[in-house]
Design a protein around this ligand. Structure first.
Ligand code: ATP
Length: 429
């Protein structure tokens, strides 16, 4: 369970703090009949194929086309002695979905909150559509940044109907325009028929869609989503994130989404920013991060690995499943003879086959099956092999479909070297 779920709202959990911040920031222009704030000085920014940032006014004709929808530039943020974000630069292009990904405490939510303006920027710069919204010159308040927010707990107002929740942020518009745009947004997420219901009448997935509609209704240039699916059970999560992906792509909103779930990041992202201890570990498209991890941390974060150690001899390292060239592997650095290295092998890199007599060519690597389990779309096979030092090594192999060899049987193992990574031992710790 991630730590958000474990903290109750009464203890001042982060979602409730975020919601409080949202209410505080918008208190003057929602539900009190007060005049909304005047639009900020800078002209609305438009993006290719996107309506203008017009949360506080009628839609603008499309204008200039900056490709950079959101930029966080050299951002550093400290909480007392904790450096939550350490010199991070992230950009999100128009229409792009960027996932900030990493384990709990790596700083991803702090970065998102800085982008939203819910956390005061300490060092660096934030730009939306090329316009500085936080930096040395000061900060534009959240509601004037042209960003839409979706929180982990959706932060819907329980006493308001679905329609009125989505009208949030549209209060500067005439009432009929508010209604039209709120209904538009609800239809985009498939909730047009639920406009008159209240949040407590909705399932978690439906609430999430209303929260997304509310964020989309003002046509923001940028959407910021903080663990938007983590409150949903596994089956619903898959369905809702699939729908969300299609909505985001249809609307063309530049999106920065925080998740601790690597599979979710790979499912949603055009680009992933993998964070570690407040810093960016690697940035790339999902395929890059999975197949060309820059570090052992990145390799292990995005998929199960068999971790072995070895010693470099003549630019190669011997493993129980074959010899690997060290140069040209993910770390890209020269590793001297005698250096210790860590070898990470994905389970699907081990190709298993029954032993057959009379196979020509080199002798195959032979492994003994310790156990085999069907996991649905693939089978996990536990193998024991000689480690080359008089002992045995235990490895996991993943084979597609149903592949369930008998315990104690012997199989040949072939290594797909494109899914094996070698890193100097010193940088993997
Ligand atoms: N308001 C705060 N006061 C003090 N420390 C904080 C505060 N918010 C975050 N931190 C600390 O900053 C670091 C980064 O926290 P952050 O919430 O950004 O991480 P995260 O990657 O989003 O983690 P999670 O997935 O658990 O939310 C952590 O060490 C956290 O304890």
């Amino acid at each position: 369970m991630d730590h958000h779920a474990a903290v109750s709202e009464s203890q001042g959990s982060r979602p409730s703090r975020l919601r409080a911040a949202l209410r505080e920031r918008t208190a003057g222009w929602f539900g009190r009949g007060e005049e909304p704030p005047a639009p900020c000085g800078a002209a609305p920014v438009t993006l290719s194929g996107r309506p203008a940032i017009d949360a506080l006014g009628p839609r603008e004709p499309r204008a200039a086309v900056p490709l950079e929808a959101l930029a966080l530039d050299a951002v550093t943020h400290r909480f007392g002695t904790v450096t939550a974000v350490d010199d991070v630069t992230v950009t999100v292009g128009a229409g792009e979905i960027v996932c900030l990904c990493g384990p709990s405490g790596c700083g991803k939510s702090t970065l998102l909150r800085i982008a939203a303006g819910l956390e005061t920027l300490q060092l660096g710069e934030v730009r939306v559509g090329g316009r500085m919204v936080a930096g040395e010159a000061g900060a534009v308040p959240p509601e004037r940044r042209g960003v839409g927010l979706v929180f982990q707990d959706y932060a819907l107002f329980p006493h308001l109907s679905v329609l009125d929740n989505v009208r949030f942020g549209l209060s500067a518009l005439p009432a009929d325009e508010q209604r039209r745009r709120a209904l538009d947004a609800l239809r985009q997420v498939g909730m047009g028929d639920h406009a008159d219901r209240f949040p407590h009448h909705l399932s978690g997935g439906q609430q999430q869609r209303v929260a997304l509609a509310r964020a989309l209704a003002p046509n923001p240039a940028v959407l910021l989503l903080d663990e938007p699916f983590s409150g949903l059970d596994a089956r619903l999560r898959e369905q809702v994130r699939d729908e969300t992906l299609h909505v985001l792509k249809r609307t063309g909103a530049a999106t920065m989404l925080v998740t601790h779930d690597p599979e979710e990041a790979m499912f949603l992202a055009d680009r992933i920013v993998l964070m570690r201890d407040g810093r960016v570990e690697q940035v790339g498209c999902p395929v890059d991060l999975y197949t060309r991890p820059a570090t052992a941390y990145a390799a292990a974060f995005f998929g199960e690995v068999n971790a072995l150690t070895g010693v470099v001899r003549g630019g190669t390292v011997d493993t129980p499943v074959g010899r690997l060239a060290v140069e040209g592997h993910a770390c890209g650095c020269c590793v001297a003879d005698g250096a210790s290295v860590e070898v990470l092998i994905r389970p699907e890199a081990l190709k298993l086959a029954p032993l057959t007599d009379g196979v020509p060519g080199a002798l195959p690597t032979i492994a003994r099956v310790a156990a085999a389990r069907l996991l649905g779309r693939s089978s996990l096979v536990h193998l024991n092999l000689p480690d080359g030092r008089g002992g045995t090594v235990h490895l996991h192999a993943r084979m597609p479909g149903q592949f369930l060899p008998a315990e104690g049987s012997h199989l040949s193992v072939e290594l797909d070297r494109t899914q094996a990574f070698v890193f100097p031992a010193s940088v993997t710790k």
